[in-house]
Design a protein around this ligand. Structure first.
Ligand SMILES: O=C(O)C1=C[C@@H](OP(=O)(O)O)[C@@H](O)[C@H](O)C1
Ligand SMILES: C=C(OP(=O)(O)O)C(=O)O
Length: 498
């Protein structure tokens, strides 16, 4: 409960006072420095197909591939091809720099070289900290919790002393999901300010062979522990309630690590790992979901193809839930990358006709579409029936409380979306209207809003919508390629309450 209260405080800090808008409903206009997205929607989908669009590399695989450079035995030069270039992945680079790794971009490839002279990061002031640990690297990962949690895991495996921190929003997100199991494994970790929160001081490595139990389904927490075990080459078992995205397991196995899996648990049974000098990142299915959703909501009859998408089953929930409900979505040209990830082309045809509603009520399904929940909610708002997206309580701990912000964004369009403690009820059939809508500086909310707006007649302004750059820098270009009219508009000071 306390946690929820502190999340609310962050969200309130991002919002201005409620005020009347000239569009549907009322919302708290977010205080944001990001440009707005202006979408002129509702026109007929382009008649001439088929269409093919490519989307950026997978964010989760990019984070793990870059961090592989910190594992024992990593090559002096590691190239991560087709890396995601969004803010969340770039947030990791200064921290790598402070650890003595240099990362250069060469087109879509990030090249990590080591060792080089560390480039220290500037400490971000914290109201509760007057003096910081001396002579240890300070590593700050902006707003990316995947970067912070996975980094804590690797450092707790290699026994590298360092302080891991994040921006003001990340400092409110739970770190105990990972820190407590690492402590049970013997790691010496200290919260420098509030219990359970960043900044976290990593002082000593994992060293006890035992079984630890994760309290949540978070893949970042499970991956952080597994990376610690792999880095320390410490045999131990991680018990989990849901097998959320398994990129770490696949990557470590592809490197030659011995992982054994049984229902509800993963065991690191020993290394060593051989880390290749090139890792290929497939395209991100959570990003492919936006053009696919727009195409389905538009009802384009021709095929839309998105090639080279990661087809890891722990990531395909958005497509699978719609497919099971009757949408025409197929996977073609399957192959497997060197990091153990299956990939191929996602093909979507036709529209949503004949689909009544969607239902998510299994934790594994929810986790396989975790970041796509805001998008699934707006798609559900276009269906006639009542949809339920459940088992989603962890969404309250993202960069915003995403159950709340999804409902508020969708309501601004006139949709009927009600948050429950663990999910969203979407009552379909409501008349949806273009107009100004909030994004709360949350990329997933912004992109879901921008995608729904493509299908609604009239102009929608997604406030601060350019925050899509966190995960999908060319979101607008990709949506334009399938026929959207989307532009960015710089923030002007016309909000009246400054
Ligand atoms: O492991 C990862 O890279 C991620 C796991 C997910 O979070 P959880 O840790 O809550 O599963 C997801 O929301 C995030 O975008 C990336
Ligand atoms: C929640 C997300 O990432 P993270 O947890 O790493 O901030 C996301 O990309 O939607």
């Amino acid at each position: 409960m306390l946690l929820l209260e502190s999340r609310k405080t962050v969200q309130e800090a991002r919002s201005r006072n409620p005020e009347e808008t000239d569009g549907p409903g009322e919302f708290d206009r977010p205080a944001t420095d990001s440009a707005h997205l202006v979408v002129d929607g509702g026109r007929e989908p382009p008649a001439d197909g088929p269409l093919s669009v490519t989307v950026a590399g997978d964010k989760s695989v990019s984070h793990r591939a870059l961090l592989a450079a910190l594992l024992p035995g990593a090559p002096p030069v590691l190239s991560v091809r087709n890396a995601n270039a969004g803010g969340a992945v770039r947030a990791l680079l200064p921290a790598l720099g402070a650890l003595g790794l240099r990362v250069d971009a060469d087109g879509d490839t990030l090249v990590v070289r080591r060792p080089v002279a560390p480039v220290p990061q500037r400490t971000r002031g914290h109201p509760a900290i007057t003096s910081w640990p001396e002579d240890v690297p300070y590593l700050e990962t902006g707003g990316s919790s995947a970067a912070a949690r996975l980094l804590i895991g690797i450092l707790a495996g290699t026994g590298t002393r360092a302080v891991v921190d994040g921006d003001d929003v990340l400092r409110h997100r739970p770190m105990e999901w990972l820190v407590e199991p690492l402590r049970e494994l013997g790691a010496d970790l200290e919260y420098l300010a509030e219990p359970g929160r960043l900044p976290v001081y990593v002082r000593g490595p994992v060293c006890r062979t035992r079984t630890v139990e994760l309290s949540v389904g978070s893949a970042q927490a499970r991956s952080g522990v597994l990376l610690a075990l792999a880095a320390a080459d410490l045999p131990a078992t991680v018990r989990h309630s849901v097998r959320s995205r398994d990129h770490t397991e696949r990557m470590l196995t592809a490197f030659g690590g011995r992982l054994s899996e049984a229902p509800g648990e993963t065991r690191w049974a020993g290394g060593p790992c051989t880390i290749p000098s090139v890792i290929d990142v497939p395209a991100d299915p959570s990003l492919a979901a936006y053009p696919v959703a727009a195409h389905l909501m538009w009802g384009g009859t021709h095929a839309l193809r998105v090639p080279n998408v990661c087809l890891n089953p722990t990531r395909l929930g958005f497509f699978e839930v719609l497919r099971r409900a009757g949408a025409d979505i197929a996977y073609e040209d399957r192959q497997v990358t060197g990091s153990g990830e299956p990939c191929g082309t996602v093909v979507a045809r036709g529209g949503l006709n004949g689909i009544d509603s969607v239902r998510v009520d299994e934790p594994a399904v929810l986790h396989s579409l975790l970041d796509e929940v805001p998008l699934l909610a707006v798609v559900a708002a276009r269906l006639p029936g009542t949809s339920w997206i459940g088992c989603a309580e962890e969404l309250r701990f993202k960069e915003t409380d995403r159950l709340d912000t999804t409902a508020r964004m969708a309501t601004a369009f006139g949709a009927s979306v009600e948050p429950a403690p663990d999910g969203l009820t979407v009552v379909g059939g409501a008349a949806l209207r273009a107009g100004p809508v909030p994004a709360f500086e949350d990329h997933r909310i912004a992109m879901a809003a921008g995608t729904l707006a493509m299908c609604l007649p009239g102009r929608t302004t997604v406030w601060g919508g350019a925050c899509h750059r966190t995960s999908f820098p060319d979101f607008a270009e990709v949506q334009r390629a399938i026929g959207a009219r989307i532009a960015e508009e710089e923030v002007s000071d016309d909000r009246g309450d400054d």
